[in-house]
Write a protein that binds this ligand. Structure first.
Ligand code: 0X9
Ligand code: ZN
Length: 427
C-alpha cells in the first residue's frame, strides 16, 4: 500500500488503533470488508473495532479489504453503513478452541523429523522457562542459559540464552527476538523451535556448520506480561502491561517504543491505543532491557524480530518508503529467505520493505539497522488470515520448520557476504 505519508500514517494507525475488548465471546466473527466511503472508515475508528489485517483502513476502489472482528451488535451497526462484507471467520470462539488442541504424540512421531512434544501446544511463560532450563542441562556444550537480561513492567524475567558450538575463535552474533506482541503466540513458539532445530541439527548439516562461525542469541519471550495476559484474560492483547500515568488504559506497544524515529509515523500517543508508543523512546522496561542486551554483544551482525501474522519477510525501512543504502543486499537477503521458507512446504511469504506493509516507526527492526549496526529484519509468520493470531497448535511445527530454513539461509548470507552497516536514516 502506498500513499502520502500523512494519509497512510492516519490509516495505518487506524488499522491497529483498537482498544482491545475482552476475551472473544461466542458468536464473534471476523468479516472481510471492502470500505467504499470515508464514513465507513470513520465508523471502524470511532467504534474501536478490532482490525486484524495488517494494512491500513482506507476507502476507495484500490483499497484492500480489511478483516475486522465483530460481535452481533457491532456487525449490525457496521453493515448499516452500507459496507460490503463477507464472513471470513464464522466463529472466533471455535477458532480459539481449535488453536489449543494439542498435537497428539502419534502425529508428532509420524513426521519425517520427529519433534519434541514441547511443540505440541502453546506454552506458558513458566513452561518456556522450564524448557530453557531443560536445554541447559541436556546440551551443556552448545547451550548457555544467560538468565534474565531485565524485568518486565510486572517484574517477570526477560530470559536470554545462547547457542553455539564448542569451537572457539572469533564468531559473529545473531539475535532472534520473539514474543514482543502478546497475542502473536506463534512468534515465541517459533523462536523456541529455531533454538530446538539448532540444538538437534545433525552433525555435518549446514545448520550445525553455522554454529562454528556464529553465536545465536535468543530472547523468546520479550513481552511476558502481555503474553500471560493474552493466555488468561484477553486473547487479543498486543501491548505490554505497564501502567500509564493519568490514564486507566494499560500498556505500551513495545514495537513502537524503540529509539529510532520514535513516534514519527504509525504510532499513537493515546495510551488507550494498541499502538501507544510510550512517553518516550525506551520508556518501557522491556525495550530498554532488550536494547541494552543487544548492544552488549560486541560481535553482533544481525537480528530478526519474529511476529505474526501475514507471511512477510520485511526488510528496512519500516518507518519510511525511502530505500536504505545497500538496498540490493537487503533485497537479495529477504528474497532468499522467502525462497528458503517456500522450499520446505511451499508456503508463500512476501518479501518487501516494512513500510510497504504500512509505515510504522520506533520498531525493533529499524533500531537494529540504524542504531545497533545490525542487519535487522521482521518476519511475520503464518498465516495469511484464515486463523490469524489464533494459529492452531498443530501448525507450530510446520511454521517453525520453514522459518528455520529461512534463518539458516539468513545466517549463511550474513556470513558469506560483506554486511553493510547502515548510516542512521535521515530524520
Ligand atoms: O506493526 C508492527 O509492529 C508489525 N506488524 S504486527 O502485525 N506483527 O504488529 C510490523 C512491523 C514492521 N516493521 C516496521 N514497520 N518498522
Ligand atoms: Zn507483531
Amino acid at each position: 500500500m502506498r500513499g502520502t505519508l500523512s494519509t497512510v500514517t492516519a490509516l495505518a494507525l487506524l488499522a491497529l488503533s483498537t482498544h482491545a475488548s475482552p476475551l472473544p465471546q461466542p458468536r464473534e466473527q471476523v468479516l472481510r470488508c471492502t470500505l467504499d466511503t470515508a464514513e465507513q472508515v470513520s465508523h471502524i475508528e470511532t467504534q474501536n473495532l478490532d482490525v486484524w489485517s495488517h494494512h491500513g483502513v482506507s476507502a476507495g476502489e484500490k483499497a484492500r479489504p480489511i478483516d475486522v472482528r465483530v460481535n452481533d451488535a457491532q456487525k449490525a451497526a457496521l453493515l448499516a453503513t452500507g459496507v460490503r462484507c463477507e464472513p471470513f471467520i464464522e466463529d472466533v470462539a471455535a477458532l480459539l478452541k481449535e488453536e489449543m488442541i494439542p498435537v497428539s504424540q502419534q502425529t508428532l512421531q509420524k513426521r519425517a523429523a520427529p519433534s519434541d512434544p514441547y511443540f505440541s501446544t502453546y506454552r506458558s511463560f513458566a513452561e518456556i522457562n522450564a524448557q530453557i532450563a531443560k536445554w541447559a542441562s541436556a546440551y551443556p556444550a552448545t547451550f548457555k542459559d544467560l538468565g534474565s537480561v531485565g524485568q518486565s513492567a510486572q517484574g517477570r524475567a526477560l530470559r536470554a540464552f545462547k547457542i553455539t558450538s564448542a569451537k572457539t575463535g572469533p564468531k559473529k552474533a545473531i539475535w532472534l527476538n520473539g514474543g514482543i506482541h502478546a497475542r502473536e503466540w506463534v512468534s515465541s513458539a517459533t523462536t523456541m523451535y529455531i533454538a530446538h532445530s539448532l540444538l538437534t541439527a545433525p552433525a555435518g548439516s549446514p545448520a550445525a556448520a553455522l554454529l562454528d562461525s556464529l553465536e545465536f542469541y535468543f530472547t523468546p519471550m520479550s513481552n511476558p506480561d502481555g503474553y500471560e495476559y493474552s493466555r488468561t484474560t484477553n486473547r487479543m492483547w498486543r501491548k505490554n502491561r505497564g501502567k500509564n500515568a493519568g490514564s486507566s488504559c494499560i500498556g505500551t506497544d513495545l514495537n513502537r517504543n524503540w529509539d529510532e524515529h520514535w513516534n514519527v509515523v504509525g504510532a499513537s500517543q493515546d495510551p488507550c491505543s494498541d499502538t501507544y508508543s510510550g512517553t518516550k523512546a525506551f520508556s518501557a522496561p522491556e525495550t530498554l532491557a532488550l536494547s541494552k542486551f543487544a548492544l552488549s554483544l560486541p560481535n553482533r551482525v544481525a537480528g530478526i524480530d519474529l511476529h505474526s501474522y501475514g507471511q512477510y519477510v520485511l526488510r528496512p525501512w519500516g518507518w519510511t518508503y525511502d530505500a536504505p543504502p545497500n538496498n540490493d543486499f537487503y533485497t537479495r537477503l529477504g528474497d532468499g529467505m522467502r525462497d528458503a521458507i517456500r522450499s520446505v512446504y511451499g508456503t508463500r511469504y512476501t518479501s518487501q520493505s516494512g513500510a510497504d506493509l504500512y509505515p510504522a516507526a520506533g520498531a525493533t527492526d529499524d533500531w537494529m539497522n540504524a542504531k545497533a549496526r545490525m542487519v535487522g529484519f521482521t518476519i511475520e509468520l503464518r498465516d495469511t488470515g484464515s486463523y490469524g493470531f489464533a494459529l492452531p497448535a498443530r501448525l507450530i511445527v510446520p511454521t517453525g520448520e520453514e522459518a528455520f530454513a529461512g534463518v539458516v539461509y539468513y545466517a549463511r548470507f550474513v556470513l558469506d557476504n560483506k554486511v553493510p552497516i547502515l548510516t542512521p536514516a535521515r530524520s
